[in-house]
Write a protein that binds this ligand. Structure first.
Ligand code: GAP
Length: 488
């Protein structure tokens, strides 16, 4: 119960302070869709900035990309999503509510994001003792059936030439589809990676608490291309690099762990996969996937080489993906357009891919949960978010102690000067103690207060969110003092 309360506390803080709202709330809300408010959008942008800096800007071997969400439908045939991206569900005959078979009760822990549908279809499922989570009836399920997870939409105004498209369920395929473009237009050499942050969509059967599992979400993915045979080394490299990223941003080590996927859990494209799991306060089975690191082998590039050869057949069959046959084993794939020629070794091969795939919203939730704290200060409860400064939505808040004696003008000038460097918030309303508490709840690392002494000696107080200690700093030194603390 205590753990559920903690998520409830986070949800309520997020609503109260404008981090996250239910989508379309004025219409009663839309299930599993959320909007980021003024503080939330800063937090989410900071998560993306920190990821991009570490994944792209700090490395010489990764470049960035930003692909469109809508892609040619053959992309999803080639990638396997059109046929295999599905969950196995069963419908309760009493209430007609559909549930993922792997999420039906009896399972101690729900680990898997999505099961391998081929394995799930081939497995015997005894649902006779399973309980419907909606109406509580036992063993009243239909035979398990696959449920496709991609959202469909129509493109084009004319009935004759309109085309069924899919909202991408992962950003990765835009990267594979641009592999050749990046090779031809940059100086990259294998091993190298392509990174992308963007929205993905899945018609999830089970949505999870708050922003943990939603139908529209953002991913931050790297496809790292390497020579076959070096893939296991790079898998280890990315495993450690990604785990350390969360630690460097302040996530407590005791709340993070690795979990290797069992062979029957592996996605249709993966040779190996490890999850970075976080101890989310979600009730059943706290440890849940935060990020997956997969060895995708050469599966995707090979599949796209097959796929691009089926374009004529796709036209002939009027876009019916079910009539497309990708099994053209006669092709010499190693020499195809998505192969790579290694100048030094004078050999051509299809690269293997290591893929660290993180969820931006899920990371934001983990950072919120991890930073959340409550303590008692002089008999009063203090709620605070101990964000790493890089993630804090507001870096500094500036207050005049009182709204008179010219203090607001001095404070406003300091705030306007600091705004050029950090996200900075000016507040003059209410008792200063209350203003501090509001900033603690927003996770603002420092509050600067202008008081009577400022007029005499040009110093202000700088209050530290975590220790609540206050020191006096000269206004001339304020920027460098804050810089040192915020950008060590
Ligand atoms: N390209 C590989 C891929 O998409 P995944 O394990 O299905 O792998 C990667 O997704 C990450 O995306 C997950 O670890 C999670 O952080 C995030 N994610 C996936 N589905 C999500 C959902 N419905 N809501 C929020 N985040 C999700």
């Amino acid at each position: 119960m205590a753990k559920m309360t903690k998520l409830d506390d986070i949800v309520s803080l997020c609503k109260r302070r404008g981090f996250i709202f239910q989508s379309s709330e004025i219409y009663g809300g839309l299930a599993s869709c959320y909007d980021y408010g003024p503080l939330g959008v800063e937090l989410k942008n900071n998560v993306k900035k920190a990821w991009w800096k570490s994944a792209v800007q700090m490395r010489d071997d990764v470049v960035g990309l930003d692909c469109s969400i809508l892609m040619h439908p053959l992309v999803w045939k080639s990638s396997g999503h059109a046929d295999k991206f599905a969950d196995l569900i069963a419908e309760c005959k009493k209430c007609n509510v559909r549930t993922r078979v792997d999420h039906l009760q009896d399972h101690a822990e729900e680990h898997t994001e999505h099961i391998n549908i081929d394995v799930a279809m081939a497995t015997e499922h005894d649902l006779s003792k399973k309980v419907c989570p909606n109406c509580g009836k036992v063993g009243q399920f239909t035979e398990p059936m696959p449920f496709k997870l991609m959202f469909e939409t129509q493109m084009g105004a004319n009935v004759d030439d309109s085309m069924t498209l899919y909202l991408r369920p992962e950003t990765a395929q835009g990267i594979f589809a641009n592999f050749r473009n990046v090779l031809d237009t940059t100086r990259v050499k294998i091993p190298f990676g392509i990174a992308q942050i963007g929205k993905s969509f899945r018609n999830e059967v089970t949505t999870k608490a708050f922003i943990f599992r939603t139908r529209e979400f953002e991913q931050a993915e790297i496809e790292f291309f390497c020579e076959p045979g070096t893939d296991e080394k790079w898998f280890e490299h990315w495993k450690q690099a990604r785990f350390n990223w969360y630690l460097e941003l302040g996530v407590k080590k005791e709340n993070l762990r690795f979990r290797e996927h069992e062979s029957d859990e592996l996605a249709h494209y993966a040779k190996a996969c490890v999850d970075v799991e976080y101890k989310f306060p979600l009730g059943s089975g706290d440890w849940q996937e935060l990020e997956g690191i997969a060895n995708r082998t050469d599966y995707d590039l090979r599949q796209h080489q097959r796929g691009i050869r089926t374009l004529n057949s796709w036209f002939e069959n009027k876009g019916d993906l079910s009539k497309i046959d990708l099994k053209d084993e006669s092709e010499d794939y190693e020499k195809g357009p998505l192969s790579y020629f290694d100048d030094e070794q004078k050999k051509r091969y299809i690269p293997y891919v290591i893929e660290p795939s993180a969820g931006v919203d899920r990371s934001a939730l983990a950072f919120l949960v991890d930073a959340y704290d409550e303590e008692e200060v002089r008999g009063e409860k203090r709620n605070l978010l101990r964000f790493n400064p890089a993630l804090a939505p507001l870096k500094v808040a500036v207050f005049p102690l009182v709204r008179k004696d010219g203090l607001p003008d001095i404070a406003m000038k300091i705030s306007n000067d600091l705004k050029k460097h950090f996200t900075c918030f000016y507040d003059e309303k209410g008792a200063v103690g209350r203003r501090y508490r509001r900033q603690d709840e927003a996770g603002t690392p420092f509050c600067v207060t202008v008081d009577g002494q400022t007029k005499q000696d040009n110093t202000v107080t700088v209050r530290d969110r975590d220790s609540m200690e206050q020191i006096r700093v000269s206004t001339d030194q304020l920027l460098s003092h804050l810089r040192q603390k915020l950008e060590p």
